[in-house]
Design a protein around this ligand. Structure first.
Ligand code: SF4
Length: 296
């Protein structure tokens, strides 16, 4: 394996004067003072330059069946070498993955340095057909994901992105060009939901979906976590279905997942009945690739 390296300097920033900078990687556009971290907790202003604190330090590495991402219509039955780091650019109140998303600057160096070439070598050693950027939000380790994806292509491996899709156009263009298959989480078809529950915006996420489908021409599947009382109203589900049908096509695989209470967020678990009602609505609208997930 490669030896540890210094933290990686990111190109995604603009100086604001007096040592301050703006991170231009995601639409949150954090304004960061010298020595401070961005909202994702893994990008720091060091003397007026932006460091990625997680480059080369995956906090989670595992071989998964591709169906677990979930991707049900791309290389079915294959294995994918999955990796994630700490940090997230959204702030979802109901986060189901807080041990990775809310940790950051203090912990990444607990994990050994693995170069992009190391990751590709390990993926091949484990007989994986692809490498997946997953577990936490890949946008916050954009540079690492991009370098791994380029190495993966050279080695003949596929690349998978499991993402919230909240990324700025320049970074989106750079990474998505190297992505073969993606699952994007559309959290609700509501700007209000994104703003109040996730500190984010729906429009940017939809643009990422369009880009994957029509510009990078990647295989795309969509996930929606159904939270009772927050995003399960029939009107929102219909808006989501209509948008996907019109913009991405009715052959787009859809995954509706059940919510289970996590952290301090107060909502009941999603009933199987609710998910079946949504499945029926999707079928009525002409979708045929529908999966219900997380049912217990
Ligand atoms: S990637 Fe992180 S530091 Fe950059 S704008 Fe987004 S949340 Fe802020």
């Amino acid at each position: 394996m490669s030896s540890a390296q210094d933290y990686f300097y990111s190109p995604y920033f603009e100086p604001l004067g007096k040592g301050e900078l703006r991170c231009t990687l995601c639409p949150r556009q954090c304004r960061i003072k010298p020595g401070d971290l961005g909202r994702c907790l893994v990008r720091r202003n060091v003397a007026g330059r932006l460091q990625s604190l997680v480059y080369g330090h995956p906090a989670a590495l595992q071989v998964d069946p591709i169906e677990k991402k979930p991707l049900h219509y791309w290389k079915p039955g294959s294995r994918t070498f999955s990796l994630g780091t700490f940090g997230c650019n959204m702030s979802c109140l109901y986060c189901q993955n807080e041990h990775l998303s809310r940790s950051g600057s203090q912990r990444q160096q607990e994990y050994s340095y693995l170069s992009p070439a190391d990751i590709v070598r390990l993926a091949k050693l484990k007989n994986c057909a692809s490498i997946a950027f997953t577990y936490n939000e890949p946008t916050v380790f954009q540079e690492y994901a991009l370098h791994i994806a380029k190495e993966a292509k050279k080695a003949g491996l596929g690349t998978v992105l499991v993402s919230n899709g909240w990324i700025m156009p320049e970074a989106r263009q750079e990474l998505y060009e190297y992505i073969d298959a993606a699952n994007i989480d559309i959290k609700a078809f509501s700007e209000e939901f994104y703003r109040k529950l996730c500190g984010a915006s729906l429009a940017d996420v939809l643009e990422s979906c369009r880009h994957l489908r029509h510009v990078s021409k990647s295989h795309l599947e969509i996930t929606n976590l159904v939270i009772p009382g927050y995003n399960d109203e029939p009107e929102l589900i219909v808006k989501l279905l209509d948008w996907v049908g019109q913009e991405l096509g009715k052959d787009t695989p859809l995954h509706f997942s059940a919510y289970y209470p996590a952290g301090g967020f107060e909502a009941p678990p999603t009933s199987p009945h609710t998910l079946r009602r949504i499945e029926n609505r999707a079928k009525e609208r002409g979708f045929s690739r529908i999966s219900l997930g997380n049912l217990r």
